[in-house]
Design a protein. Sequence first.
Length: 660
Amino acid sequence: MGIVYQLSGVIAGVIGMIFTVFLTFKVLEKEPGNEKMIEISKAIQVGAKAFLISEYKILYMIVGLFALFLGIANSWGMAIAFVFGATMSVLAGFFGMTIATRANTRTTHAAISSLGSALKVAFNGGAVMGMTVSSLGVFGLGLVFFISGEDTLIMSGYAMGASFVALFARVGGGIFTKAADVGADLVGKTEAGIPEDDPRNPAVIADNVGDNVGDVAGMGADLFESYVGSIFSASALGALAFSVKGAIFPFLVVSFGLISAIIGIIIVNLTVKSKEGIDPSKMLHFGTYIANIIELISVFILSKYIFGDFNSGVVILLGMIVGILIGSITEYYTAKNPIKKLAHTATSGAAPILINGMAIGMESTAIPVLLIAAATIVSYKLMGLFGIALSGVGMLSTLGITLAIDAYGPIADNAGGIAEMAHLDPEVRERTDLLDSVGNTTAAIGKGFAIGSAALTALALFASYINVTGIKSVNLTDSTVFIGALIGAMLPFLFSAFAMQAVGDSADIMVQEVRRQFKEIPGLMEGKNKPDYEKCVSIATKGALKKMILPSLLAVLSPILIYFVLGKTAVAGVLAGTTVAGVMLAIFMSNSGGAWDNAKKYIEANNFGGKGSMAHKASVIGDTVGDPFKDTAGPAINILIKLMSIVSIVIIPILIKFFE
């Protein structure tokens, strides 16, 4: 096929980056507000930037060592691709978060005028993140694809680099944000009885920093890895099934998806009017639906042109439908009728809301798993393993706008915090709270979306592992495979335990510090003196950097250790067990956490006694327990699943070459 087809990912990536620059200027041209608002925003910017730089220093030490190993043991081409993949992910996260931390105060200032104005600024700030991730992701992998001559092993190096960053960013950012959030909520809300984002709370700046390093940079790295992993696995399997055209097709799909996302973002900007009475949720979803419709039309034309039939178009459509349905199911369990019932149980105390919240999370696993199973069966019947991989690509093809809607949430959340801390008119906070409530729902949908794509991508990566290692079959009656599956099923629980414990330990130190400041700083509660915000940011940073290493190394080293102890077929069992158990656990944790969060917000909207009531205090405890569920351990499991697969694809063949 022609050079334009081979460079389709690079071309689309360049177009996306140009549009990202346009969006950046569109955000930065807005007024940042008064002196107090700018001061608060700068404190958030400084804290977020300092954390990411510290995190990246540790990350690049490990990346450098791993690249050295890859260069010596395999090829320097793979090592360079590995570092390149890590760097593209770092740049996407850093740039996207930098703009998000500047969009927050501009959203607050826009909310003084109208809800529509604030929505537009917050959405464009999120769109910078979405476009940066998708543009750099497809540009980098497309460049590696072209330069390497479609060498899938070198491409796997790029995908592994993206996975490394994703795990560190998700785990580190998740520990930071939830340690700060738990400390701010437990002492500020339940003990001191002051509102959320009250400037008297010492942990309030750390909490707002955490929204950015966890929910913007962390989520961006997570979906960067999913995006790259899905394209890589589909391209590798496509090359096996259809030679060059099969390898190029996934790049064409995501290239048109990137252009479709740009159109969707433009449509949101054109339809959102600077006035009251708008429905933010409808506006955001309208743009997403338009982007997906344009993408589908493009994909069916491509399918007929390249393969002579519509099978690949049907498979991609299936992936999109399953992604939307999983998002809708997530929304139901975290924002609809179950939340009202859950909030009612808080009137009886903390225990009932905890029990029922876990039940909601467990129940919510059923339908998504059946949908993923249905998509897998139909995709396999139509196009084999390549079809399964394409289904995952379809789910992520319009990531530019999907992630924009997700990343907009933390910006709106920060905007509300700035409004509170700057003592703006209560009407401003009401507007930002409305945006934030929509953001909570879109974030929950985004997490469900990420889990669904992780499952399909992991299955495609599993098939790639079987191919590169030359395993003839994976038989559960083989004792080593069965033991591998058992160990694999255990790993997401052990990984989650490390992540949850990290949040608990850091939060404990944070709680003690917040209590100390309330007790020892004279006039703090009366608003006559300022708290020491920097101390809380420092506690969250140190805790996250120290605690993120163990769970991250677990994901990287587990397949390698299993290979040496039980062999390559046992590693296949480990990957299967981790995928099956990990998907269940990730859905359960994310949806339980989202349910507790929204139950608290429902009570805060003057239901069941409102703020300060017994029900509210019980719901704050539920929300606090749910924080590391939905924002640390749950989302990081997606990366655990895929990183273990990528490490196995890259490292196990090298070990086989040396030891078999």
